[in-house]
Design a protein around this ligand. Structure first.
Ligand code: HEM
Length: 405
């Protein structure tokens, strides 16, 4: 495609209107798209197809002919990536085929609902501690830094077996990796720092194993020679990073959405059994992985009536698929009792569908229930227009959420 033509395409990623964090795509971007499947201009050069319909996104994400490997030439890169693949030997989110499933299989059982139930008391303790600390600070407080960010980071650190004293270090470096404004060198530096600490931790788990995921993977996979230590390090890094910003932004934006609908908070207090359904609708309505999921066509294919040629890039825009009127009635509205909410694709779809979703759902359910219960007079000290928005590399979230009670 000639560069002049690419210049005339709508620039991607879309940045929603500043007036409302719950509108994923502004009117002007929607008008420029001109249809459910169209071409967009990528931030680091080139173009890609954009898929926005629910069914097209499903088709794309389950199609084995599309690659997730961002190091392949022609991959539709949406975020700055480290210049080399070094240190990425276990980042299976960017792998295809057998290479991908080899790593994923090692974690499937760990993240199954029954295993997540076992750590629910710990999630509850983490949530309650953070909320009571917040109460002790006194209003107004920033719900993002005091609650939404520490809860998922403490939970994943605990699951992996990262000691409490290293928690701030992990939170800081994972934020650098996920920040769209971080340059490749900064990301490299943060990856190096995490790599160093994880190396020390793994060495420690070899001699002093405990009841945690790292210890289990060392004993069951590394020691028998099934998994290399560098692979385990980057696998752990993926879990730390993937489980942190996503869940934190979901907690923050969900709290804001519920504060905009106080009747839902009342209903939650009266009937905690409403929480799982409400969480599904929040996942749909918020869709923190707003930019979408990039893929590279490895073979000719047809998605949503559009012929896609091998070597072309495609982006599955989850936030728009989750607002598809053919699946969700009145899709722009928030309806906490929506029956079809579970059809959302906030966790992706197909081979790479989020492995941490049972954990994320448990964290969200406990966090929102306890917030409603313990802070019945909670109010946002900001408006939808004024609340600082943050467009991170992969996720969308709030810079802060000032609240009072
Ligand atoms: C609300 C919170 C979360 C959201 C919205 C979310 C979203 C997603 C999405 C959309 C994908 C698909 C990526 C792709 O297809 O390229 C994904 C994959 C993944 N997520 Fe999550 N995630 C969340 C929480 C978590 C948690 C808590 C963990 C683990 C601790 C986690 C670990 C992963 C991993 C390892 C993958 C890669 C799976 C694979 O490639 O097979 N996520 N997530």
């Amino acid at each position: 495609m000639a560069s002049v033509e690419v210049e005339s395409l709508p620039a991607f990623p879309f940045i929603g209107p500043d007036s409302n964090p719950f509108i994923p795509v502004g009117e002007s971007d929607l008008n420029r798209l001109g249809g459910p499947v169209g071409k967009v201009r990528l931030p680091f050069g080139g173009w890609a197809w954009l898929m926005t319909r629910h069914e097209d996104v499903r088709q794309l994400l389950r199609h084995p002919g599309f690659s997730s490997d961002q190091y392949r030439p022609g991959f539709p890169v949406l975020n700055p990536i480290p210049p080399t693949r070094e240190g990425a030997s276990g980042l299976f989110i960017f792998m295809d085929g057998e290479q991908h499933s080899r790593f994923r299989r090692m974690l499937t059982a760990e993240f199954m609902i029954k295993n997540i139930r076992r750590i629910e008391p710990l999630i509850e303790e983490t949530v309650v501690d953070a909320l009571e600390r917040m109460r002790a600070i006194g209003p107004p407080v920033d719900l993002m830094s005091e609650f939404a960010l520490p809860v998922p980071s403490m939970t994943i650190c605990h699951l992996l077996g990262v000691p409490y004293s290293d928690h701030d270090f992990f939170q800081h470096h994972s934020a650098v990796i996920m920040d769209r404004k971080s340059g490749p060198e900064e990301i490299d530096g943060a990856l190096g720092a995490l790599d160093g600490l994880l190396g020390e931790l793994i060495a420690f788990k070899r001699t002093s194993p405990d009841e945690d995921l790292l210890s289990r993977l060392v004993a069951e996979r590394v020691v028998p020679g099934e998994l290399r230590e560098d692979e385990l390090k980057s696998m752990a890094m993926l879990l730390l990073v993937a489980g942190h910003e996503t869940t934190a932004n979901m907690i923050g934006l969900s709290a804001l959405a519920l504060l905009e609908h106080p009747e839902c908070l009342d209903a939650l207090r009266a009937d905690p059994g409403l929480a799982p359904g409400m969480v599904e609708e929040l996942l749909r309505y918020v869709t923190v992985v707003r930019t979408g999921l990039p893929r590279l066509a490895m073979e000719d294919a047809e998605i949503g009536g559009q012929k896609i040629r091998a070597g072309e890039g495609v982006v599955a825009m989850l936030s728009m698929a989750n607002r598809d009127a053919s699946v969700f009635q009145d899709p722009e509205g928030f309806d906490s009792t929506r029956r079809e909410a579970h059809r959302h694709m906030a966790f992706g779809f197909g081979l790479h569908q989020c492995i941490g979703q049972p954990l994320a759902r448990a964290e969200l359910r406990v966090a929102l229930l306890e917030l409603a219960r313990r802070f019945p007079g909670l109010k946002a000290e900001t408006t939808l227009a004024d609340v600082p928005k943050r467009h991170m590399a992969v996720t969308f979230g709030l810079g802060e959420l000032p609240v009072t009670w």
